[in-house]
Design a protein around this ligand. Sequence first.
Ligand SMILES: [Zn+2]
Length: 225
Amino acid sequence: MRLTEASLCGYCGEPATEIEHVIARQFFPAADHERKKNIPRIPACRACNAAKQKSEDTMGVFLTVSSSDESAKKVMEERIGRTLRKNQRIRRLIRDNLVATESGVGFGVPLDEQGEEIDFWDWLVRGLYYYELQTPMRVDEDLHIALVDVKGPLERSRPLMPVRRNVQYRTYAGKDMQTYFSVDGDRQCWLIEFRNRKILVTNVIEAGSQLEQDLHEMPRYRLSR
Ligand SMILES: [Zn+2]
């Protein structure tokens, strides 16, 4: 991936000024150098890169304090300290939302704060889209982002995908992140597993489909924007 005069930002389509990782390398603490190599990189403009980094810092805090997974706790240790020092709002958010769980202390992201997590998945999918298709997704594309509650390997969630033609499977940084995706003309769907979260992102909601029904029954998971 090289930056040229003609390079456009993979997120907004404006002229690009830098090359950046679609998902920050710091999210993969256990991955060694070789494994980190296949984290996709795309051209970006400074404004998008800065906004995305902010979203990743917030997500890093959410993932770390809400996970009982040891490797996740190590994620971005340094950056989290920095984020928390800089960001009083997130500090307060964490302090006010700690809950006792069987394994100790947990953290629930309040519904009205989930927008920050949605932003993270939105950035990620737009980056992956550019990486796969070499063109930015439409900025006004209406993406529906849903938390998937299906136990077991990610493959079991595949029937939820509303676009099933030509489904591709990819892994990044070993198997730290896995994706199934399908792009069929204007229709697209992504199924992502990352740090104990399974997320479905699509611009297709078919009337009468299982997905539409699920979103209706679980409005709190209807993370669309
Ligand atoms: Zn941009």
